[in-house]
Ligand binder design. Structure first.
Ligand SMILES: [Zn+2]
Length: 257
């Protein structure tokens, strides 16, 4: 029994670190968006999501990335920028990435009334998740030579991937909140501030993420030891990225529905 518990704990912890933004991050982003949907958009969207809220499907893409029929989506969770931090066609993956696939899903849903329900359903799931992923600091691939690569660090004495620190470790280390408490704390911007944040296109938002998050590769070294100070330093960036993603997701969905 003891052995089983140890194995289960290892599997569950591993799972938590494998998910982009972790579930709490994605859920909080979708929850902020849900709080800012128009009543009409909320009603229409939930009709296509089998009467579920957008939060219910916030991490669906992470859960289905290896499911037969959805393997093509496995590369869609991140994006690249060139040396000038631009998401140009040259650096976009031919297999699809977060920005291109978000643009594609938005373009498809512009005619949602002419699509069958399952097509609307799956494209909604793509949008809900990809807006979140493109704001995750570790989901920007910097192809320029001036950004150093950090693969592994030591967090609280354990070797972990640096990617996972930004997906979930930084968020979990700062607050032990669930997504509703976290969403409540972040969803406090004025209408004017929201308008400024939601201006632009997904490509603009991703390039802004690239500019704002480049500094994470200056915060430590390959194999560096990080702890409470690092987590404290990460707080503002994580909060800011989740907040922006939440309002931008609401903007995309309100414009479509
Ligand atoms: Zn993802």
């Amino acid at each position: 029994m003891k052995k089983l518990i140890i194995i289960l704990t290892a599997v569950l912890c591993g799972y938590q670190y494998a998910g982009a933004w972790g579930r709490t991050g994605h859920d909080a982003i979708a929850y902020i968006a849900e709080r800012n949907l128009t009543p009409k958009a909320k009603k229409t969207i939930e009709k296509y999501l089998d009467n579920h809220s957008i939060v219910y499907y916030a991490s669906w893409m992470d859960q289905y990335r290896k499911t037969p029929g959805y393997e093509k989506t496995s590369t869609w969770h991140s994006g690249s920028v060139d040396a000038d931090l631009r998401n140009t066609d040259e650096v976009r993956s031919p297999k699809g990435d977060a920005v291109a696939e978000l643009e594609n899903a938005i373009a498809r849903l512009k005619n949602y009334r002419e699509l069958d329900d399952s097509t609307v359903n799956v494209n909604l799931k793509y949008i809900i998740h990809l807006v979140g992923d493109m704001h995750c600091p570790s989901h920007v691939k910097y192809t320029g030579k001036d950004v150093k690569k950090i693969k592994r660090v030591i967090l609280n004495g354990k070797k972990v991937s640096y990617h996972s620190v930004w997906d979930s470790g930084a968020l979990a280390g700062n607050h032990a909140w669930g997504y509703t408490e976290y969403g409540h704390q972040l969803d406090r911007l004025s209408k004017k501030e929201q308008k400024a944040i939601t201006a632009g296109t997904p490509k603009d938002w991703f390039e802004e993420t690239a500019r704002d998050c480049k500094g994470i590769y200056e915060m430590t070294e390959e194999g560096g030891e990080i702890g409470k100070d690092f987590i404290n330093q990460s707080r503002h960036l994580v909060d800011s990225q989740v907040t922006k993603a939440g309002y931008r997701l609401a903007k995309v969905l309100n414009d479509l529905f």
